[in-house]
Design a protein around this ligand. Structure first.
Ligand SMILES: [Zn+2]
Length: 174
């Protein structure tokens, strides 16, 4: 995570790269995500120099702000809620992988019972971390008990037992 000062604002910037053809900027949970295409030679300094207005606009459009949390503290939160929700949902994740990626996704699960969490969640509200863990474990739950995978009615049945759509909307708001 980079903290860049723009007009007296300390703007947290996550720089990611994907196969997207055009670079883009998005705001997520108080973080400004600059996504460049994999072949791009642009540096963060270039982006902050030429797009400072856009970066600031994206930042100011968000109401959430980042939390300064150590990686140890973040790991502890993850461990606590994985343990709690795995028990609640009667599932077990095989492997939990932490990796930084574009902030369009905070996590995902696959049908090998692995879960990948976006490393940038270290700086997000605890509610967001808890919800993401629960969401991904719901995928493992439907895989195990319904033999289905994805955002389907089985999945929402389990998810809505804990979180109402309104609560989810509030948590996922930026
Ligand atoms: Zn999902």
């Amino acid at each position: 995570m980079h903290i860049v000062e723009i007009d007296n604002n300390k703007v947290p910037i996550a720089l990611t790269k994907t196969y997207a053809e055009e670079p883009y900027i998005l705001g997520c949970q108080g973080i400004v995500n600059v996504n460049l295409s994999i072949g791009s030679k642009a540096k963060l300094e270039d982006v902050t120099k030429y797009c400072s207005n856009e970066l600031l606009n994206v930042y100011n459009a968000m109401t959430k702000r980042i939390i300064n949390r150590s990686v140890e503290k973040y790991d502890k939160i993850c461990a606590t809620y994985f343990m709690r929700y795995e028990k609640e949902l009667k599932v077990e994740s095989k492997e939990i992988i932490h990796a930084p990626f574009v902030l369009e996704h905070l996590g995902w699960a696959n049908n090998n019972y692995n879960i990948v969490l976006n490393e940038y969640m270290q700086y997000m509200q605890k509610e967001t971390i808890k919800y993401t863990i629960y969401h991904e474990l719901c995928h493992l739950h439907t895989l195990k008990y319904n033999n289905s995978f994805g955002h389907n009615p089985d999945f929402y049945d389990v998810l809505y037992q804990k979180y109402s759509p309104m609560e989810i909307k509030k948590i996922m708001e930026n």
